[in-house]
Design a binder for this molecule. Sequence first.
Ligand SMILES: [Zn+2]
Length: 136
Amino acid sequence: MALRRVATTVVEVYKMHQKIVVVDERLVLLGSLNVLSQSDSREVMLVMQGKCFARKLLQHERAQTFAHPPACGRCGGTQVDLRRTKAQGWYWRCYAPTPQPKPNGKPDRCGWTSQVDAGRLNGSRRPAGKVRSRDQ
Ligand SMILES: [Zn+2]
């Protein structure tokens, strides 16, 4: 991934459609543009400068909590992405392929998960997630 060559931290988020880039906690790019893969669609991207807005956005997106994906607790790999469901809340999941494919020939995935305590934002009605792991 090209982004890993220029960014110190890259966290993959499964099924995330929002496009947000925050540079040095002061420059924000926010919109629908796929910054690294734009081709021929019409998109929009706002550019805003300001430390307060950048920090609020990082707080809202729980950047501190999500900035350090763990190594997989099963295979030790680093192919771990961040996922969220209504029932389970935020969790890390290892998508590293296993040595043995599925019977249908498709790659099987490690599948290790670990719950993330995403905390609670000010004004949020959602309770903080419980911390647990399926494979420890
Ligand atoms: Zn794994």
